[in-house]
Ligand binder design. Structure first.
Ligand SMILES: [Fe+2]
Length: 122
């Protein structure tokens, strides 16, 4: 998976974090079986910090969909934890499910968050 211009949401902090996430994901997609577990552990810790920072932004602007958005984040972290313990399925998770989740999440929940942040700042 590579970074695409249309992933950009116009809030620097969000875009920067998303770009880093895609960078890690692409390293994982190209890594050997031996490296994969370690790269995935990095993805998990990056994602925890990434979600925490978004949740702080939501809090700051009292985003109305804060609960749904945070629930989505929690579900993904739960899923990542599951796949980190089931390495046989990790490759397909990283190649298929995770990029799909991310694209949809950016286009929906993160887009709404970015729009609300921009709105508050103008
Ligand atoms: Fe998000």
């Amino acid at each position: 998976m590579v970074w695409q211009k249309d992933f950009e949401l116009g809030v620097e902090q969000i875009d920067k974090t998303h770009e880093e996430f895609i960078g890690l994901l692409s390293i994982a997609q190209n890594s050997s079986k031996a490296e994969l577990t370690e790269v995935f552990a990095k993805i998990i810790s990056h994602t925890k910090a990434h979600f925490k920072s978004e949740q702080e932004m939501m809090q700051e602007i009292s985003l109305s969909s804060q609960k749904e958005h945070t629930d989505e984040h929690d579900k993904l972290l739960f899923e990542m934890d599951y796949f980190s313990k089931h390495p046989l399925m990790l490759r397909s998770y990283i190649n298929e499910r995770l990029p799909e989740w991310f694209k949809l999440h950016i286009a929906t929940m993160d887009a709404a968050l970015a729009a609300a942040v921009k709105n508050k700042n103008t």
